[in-house]
Design a protein around this ligand. Structure first.
Ligand code: SF4
Length: 866
């Protein structure tokens, strides 16, 4: 067997190290890297199952012009010529790049240099705009530089961890496990501030389910409280922080406990408990993510958190910091090189000196002198015809941007769209004139930066698929063909790295913390062997910030009035992630194991709201907003606030006729960061009548979804599972069945129809439909795919088979919810470790441990209350 290669996970900003061992050309064994500082060998469910996603299924393997294969030369020449001609006719701002936190730092650097230094526009923005640009703007306002002033080590050293707007247990599972380990070792207190009661809340000391959008009031109230208690660190403020005149006077108005509790819709006693705990605990880390950032007040919310830490001097010290944790694996690398339209490069802006310095360093032909279009504005400019050539790299804006129907219309109208991606068919690539096959994770070579500023090598484990090429290579080839052969003369990622590292040090007089001087002259072998390292050490430990006077800034922020609820849109829609899926599922959707945690896109609603609206659990419902509508499966969830809905961001046209969350949010953005407010959209929900429900299991890849009202696809071993619901005659579904010998059983009285299709005596499809709602477990039928079968398969279960396991909670050991509940009850299990000992659940990656804790709590409650 080959040797393990040290690389990094493809998914979230935790940035876990991986040891990947190639097993032939298109498979690998994946293990956590015990020597990586971010995870010390642990991986969550997504990282653990990365090996299931590296096959060729769905890959784009050749350059395509329209629907025809093309040579790389032809495709690249066409891209370069069209961009050049468009710029010549309409100016540099008529073209744009929309890139991604999936790119490596070297890819990002070359794209940024091409757009901002040679094309002469700053129209390059990244999908990280949707994820953490409010944190960037907040850091710049407070610190003078976009520096995350914390490390995971601070979680180990803290006495109190406050998680704000973060379902850490699902979205950053290894960080969550680290928090749990700190609690076990040191009794670290944990407070969750989140409108939803998520699995992250299970182990918390306190959960504050605040009214959505009232975080500024809560944090300003906390600041007023610590001031009343005499806990403002006056010496730190005097030496290291500039406080605007009148700042404290504003806090004296309406920031008493009762007013804040009313604004935030929280119990005053709970609020008091949090404020007292915070006041009494100098070693506090406040970690925040999308619940704070994805708001039209995101930047103010970030600064409200940072203000409290500055005022109490809880920054730059072990276990004390505000901590923005990023979503994507290399969102931070993008921030560093300048992948956002609002920054130039290496933490420099568009000031005269910045533009002159970077231009000189690049020997730039035509420097951008002002910020470019941020994501939402960019697609509006495309729609209005001002941007005429767009290059989308490694992202799927037709799904992920707010008001996605409008984004699709813009893409359809754009005269020239290039998509470079590893996936052949996405909702975005449908609109591409040219598709360029990019290297997938496992084939890439470069660096990434995680949420705590550790830079790690991502190394190539597998050969490039088909004719795929690394992104940095594709971009530099276009740059060379546009006429800039010397500026884009890189031969390898190490060439790009050295230039980038030199730029961070260029005319850096100590004002910018991002400075990779030590890594700027390394040879190719040293780059290859580069160990993970953290830039910036402990930022601000000396109290010096990246502003002209060296002082941080307290930023006055006020709680804006809550929007009045609109008569036609009485609910508030919140959106987010599932534990085992990533973005638009182009990769995680390939893993049968990951698919089992949540097989359909659910709309979560409080049971009392559901009862008032006549929405049964597992019914189909239509969620509408002024932007659009989509169907979802209803899930009653007591952890939802009354009046709030929650839907997942992952489903696309490729997997479902519904679940299209991207169609629903408003394209309203934060005025400072340009980040869309995904977390609060006025909405309504209504029941949708269906005549029948069912499922179809099909062997093999590429089966088309049946044509009916509701059809969602997930991968299963050897095929696909479609969950179905519809109206009228079910005969139309036969068109989705593969050819073969059919066996059928119908019971008109009970409204059931069961069809099995065999080929050479082996099961290739099973269609089960009912008008009464009773359906067998899918598990047994999935296991029968491609197995020899007879008519008994129509029973949907083996004779004497055990009961349905229910939805899979532990994907590593395939343990379902019903199995766990039965074990808790029958074996009288009382803690998560006991469940692990009995069933194995939770003993591998650990991602399901919060869910196990939740099931234990529910069973205990049931036992107590009967
Ligand atoms: Fe990957 Fe999970 Fe680690 Fe995130 S927490 S980097 S998804 S293994």
């Amino acid at each position: 067997m080959s040797e393990a290669i040290r690389t990094t996970c493809a998914y979230c900003g935790v940035g876990c190290g991986i040891r990947a061992t190639p097993l032939g050309e298109r498979a690998m064994k994946v293990e956590g890297d015990p020597d990586h500082p971010a995870n010390a060998g642990r991986l969550c469910s997504k990282g653990t199952h990365l090996g299931e996603t590296v096959g060729l299924e769905g890959r784009l393997l050749h350059p395509m012009i329209g629907n025809r294969k093309a040579s790389w030369d032809r495709a690249l020449d066409l891209v370069a010529k069209t961009f050049r001609d468009t710029i010549a006719r309409h100016g540099p701002d008529s073209v744009a790049f929309y890139v991604s936190g999936q790119l490596l730092t070297e890819d990002y650097y070359v794209a940024n240099k091409l757009m901002k230094g040679f094309i002469g526009s700053a129209n390059i923005d990244t999908n990280s705009r949707l994820c953490m640009s409010s944190a960037v703007a907040g850091h710049q306002r407070a610190f003078g530089e976009d520096v995350v002033p914390a490390s995971y080590n601070d979680l180990d050293a803290a006495d109190l961890i406050v998680l704000v707007g973060s379902n850490t247990a699902w979205c950053h599972p290894i960080v969550y496990q680290r928090i749990m380990a700190a609690r076990a070792a040191r009794g670290t207190k944990l407070v969750i501030i989140d409108p939803r009661r998520t699995e992250t809340c299970e182990e918390a000391d306190l959960h504050l389910p605040l009214r959505p959008g009232t975080d500024v009031a809560l944090m300003n109230g906390l600041l007023a409280h610590v001031r009343r208690e005499g806990l403002v660190d006056q010496e730190y403020l005097a030496r290291h922080v500039a406080v605007p005149e009148g700042f404290w006077d504003a806090l004296d108005v309406d920031h008493d406990l009762w007013s804040i509790a009313r604004t935030c819709d929280l119990a005053p006693a709970d609020l008091q408990r949090f404020y007292d705990l915070f006041a009494a605990t100098p070693r506090t880390v406040t970690m925040f993510s999308q619940g704070i950032n994805q708001s039209i007040r995101g930047t103010d919310q970030v600064n409200a958190i940072v203000n409290v830490h500055l005022a109490t001097g809880r920054i730059g010290k072990p276990g004390a910091a505000p901590f923005s944790i990023t979503g994507q694996p290399n969102a931070m690398g993008g921030r560093e090189v300048g992948g956002l339209a609002s920054t130039l490069a290496v933490h420099r802006g568009f000031g005269e000196e910045d533009v002159a310095d970077v231009g000189r360093f690049w020997a730039a032909e035509r420097m951008a002198t002002k910020p470019g279009l941020k994501a939402v504005d960019l697609f509006r400019e495309i729609e209005e015809g001002r941007v005429k050539a767009l290059w989308v790299m490694a992202t799927n804006p037709a799904v992920s941007l707010p008001d996605a129907a409008r984004v699709r219309a813009a893409l359809a109208k754009c005269p020239f769209v290039v998509v470079s991606d590893c996936i052949a068919e996405t909702d975005t690539s449908r609109h591409a004139h040219v598709r360029l096959p990019a290297a997938g994770w496992g084939e890439k070579d470069g660096t990434v930066t995680n949420s705590e500023r550790w830079i790690s090598r991502q190394r190539q484990v597998l050969p490039l698929a088909g004719e795929a090429k690394p992104d940095w290579w594709i971009i530099k080839e276009v740059g060379r063909r546009m006429g800039w052969r010397t500026a884009f003369g890189y031969d390898r990622p190490a060439d790009v790295w050295r230039e980038y590292a030199r730029l961070t040090a260029y005319r850096n007089d100590g004002l910018r913390i991002l400075n990779l001087r030590d890594k700027a002259v390394i040879g190719n072998a040293d780059y290859e062997a580069m160990e993970p390292f953290q830039w910036g050490g402990t930022p601000f430990a000396d109290g010096r910030y990246s502003t002209p006077d060296g002082k941080a800034r307290m930023i006055p922020v006020v709680q804006r009035q809550a929007e009045a609820s609109l008569k036609d849109w009485p609910m508030v829609l919140n959106t987010g992630r599932y534990r085992d899926q990533w973005h638009t599922m182009t990769r995680t959707g390939l893993s049968p194991k990951l698919a089992r945690h949540r097989e359909e896109p659910l709309v979560e609603i409080h049971p009392d709201d559901a009862a008032a609206l006549g929405l049964a659990d597992r019914a189909i419902a239509r969620v509408s907003t002024p932007q659009g509508e989509s169907l979802f499966r209803v899930a009653h969830h007591p952890g939802q606030r009354r009046g709030d809905l929650f839907t997942p961001i992952h489903w696309t046209d490729q997997q479902s006729t519904g679940g299209r969350t991207g169609l629903l949010p408003r394209p309203l953005v934060d005025p400072h960061s340009g980040q869309p407010g995904f977390k609060m959209t006025p909405a309504k929900i209504e029941s949708v009548a269906v005549d029948w429900t069912g499922f179809l299991i099909v062997h093999g890849e590429g089966a088309a979804a049946p044509k009916c009202l509701w059809a969602t696809r997930v991968a299963v071993p050897g095929g696909a599972l479609f969950e179905l619901a519809g109206l009228g005659d079910v005969a139309a579904l036969d068109a989705a069945l593969p050819r073969g010998e059919r066996m059928e059983a119908c019971d008109p009285a009970r409204g059931t129809r069961r069809v099995a299709v065999l080929r050479d005596g082996k099961l290739v499809a099973a269609l089960f439909l009912t008008r009464t709602g009773e359906l067998p477990s899918r598990d047994w039928l999935i296991a029968q795919l491609s197995q020899p079968q007879g008519p008994q398969v129509l029973a949907g279960r083996a004779p004497g088979a055990q009961a349905d396991r229910g939805a899979i909670v532990c994907v590593c050991f395939d343990v379902g919810v019903r199995t766990i509940v039965a074990a808790i009850r029958d074996q009288q299990l009382t803690d998560v470790a006991a469940i692990g000992a009995a069933l194995g659940a939770g003993t591998n990656c650990g991602s399901c441990r919060p869910a196990l804790a939740q099931l234990l709590a529910a069973q205990t409650k049931e036992a107590v209350h009967g």
